[in-house]
Write a protein that binds this ligand. Structure first.
Ligand code: NAD
Length: 295
């Protein structure tokens, strides 16, 4: 069993650390918020008063932080995790961040002879709780073989996308496509409804036709068509509009850096930005974008 330092115990990190404990790993936690650590201590974790404290005696470090600046701040520099880690420490950063920072941190680890995987996740809080996240990793094959054994306690589909940063690129590509087909699905369903079609019947037809896609099949955005999806529960998240907007922002930043043409992604970002500017929408599920086509 691994000795794991887990840093960042928010909505996602908390349940992920819980699943590592359930799998029998020894886990020491650190978060800026004390209460977040206490919840894990009750499940058997040890608690540290600093990130470097949690690092002591650990062979693996898992981080789940808000953005690139938090990851760079924690990992880099003379007092950073990389500089202070014992030889052979494995780093798994599961945060969704810009690929450039992921590459920079991965390169700094490699310079010290340490393995690091950017391993952002697909799946929200429910998947984090259930241990069914998908991990998209970037790093070396040797790092991936080691990391996979740890990630298996938190997820069920674990991929190596390429070198450092490739996991983050896979994540932004996936979520940009998700935004595009969610919006397309919503506008098609509303067009049908505006013409008197029953959205449930239209969904059934499109599911057997060439319009079939994940948003239509497992996350239908029209209220009442499917049970157990946010659309049928007042668009309670699920996956919040503000998180989709963050991921689309990362995709747009990267498209500028790589001079990639992403017209559909840019339009999707613009529609989500406009939708999220209205009261309370930022915290609603991203399938609520359907309402944009109803007014
Ligand atoms: P969150 O804001 O709930 O949690 C982040 C945690 O990090 C907080 O508890 C905060 O106190 C802690 N933190 C910040 N800086 C720290 C530091 N220097 N040292 C220690 N702790 C620190 O965020 P979340 O929803 O858990 O998301 C985490 C990451 O996962 C983000 O990058 C997000 O984009 C990604 N993600 C989230 C979801 C989701 O549905 N929530 C889904 C997929 C991916």
């Amino acid at each position: 069993m691994a000795k794991i330092a887990f840093i960042g115990l928010g909505n996602m990190g908390g349940p992920m650390a819980g699943n590592l404990l359930k799998a029998g790993h020894q886990v020491t936690v650190f978060d800026l918020v004390d209460a977040a650590m206490d919840a894990l201590v009750q499940q058997g974790a040890a608690k540290s008063s600093s990130a470097l404290g949690a690092l002591e005696g650990a062979d693996t470090v898992v981080t789940m932080l808000p953005a690139g600046k938090h990851v760079a701040g924690l990992y880099l520099g003379d007092e950073g995790l990389i500089a202070k880690a014992a030889p052979n420490t494995l780093f798994l950063d599961c945060s969704t961040i810009d690929a450039d920072t992921a590459r920079r941190v991965g390169a700094a680890a490699a310079e010290q002879g340490l393995e690091m995987l950017d391993s952002p996740v697909s799946g929200g809080v429910k998947a984090a709780q259930a241990g069914t996240l998908a991990f998209m990793c970037g790093g070396t094959e040797a790092g991936f073989e080691r990391g996979k054994k740890i990630l298996e306690a938190m997820g069920k589909n674990i991929f190596l996308a390429g070198g450092h940063g490739a996991g983050q690129i896979a994540k932004i590509c996936n979520n940009m496509l998700l935004a595009v087909h969610m919006i397309g699905t919503a506008e098609a369903l509303q067009l049908g409804a505006n013409n008197g079609l029953d959205p449930a019947v239209l969904s059934e037809i499109m599911l057997k036709s060439s319009g079939k896609n994940w948003s239509l099949e497992t996350y239908n955005p029209y209220p009442g068509v499917m049970e157990n999806v946010p659309a049928s529960n007042d668009y309670k998240p699920g996956f919040m509009v503000q998180l989709m907007l963050k991921d689309l922002g990362l995709a747009m930043e990267n498209s500028l850096l790589t001079q990639s043409s992403v017209p559909m992604g840019a339009l999707a970002r613009s529609l989500y930005a406009s939708f999220s500017a209205k009261d309370g929408n930022a915290q609603r599920d991203f399938s609520a974008i359907l309402e944009m086509f109803q007014s």
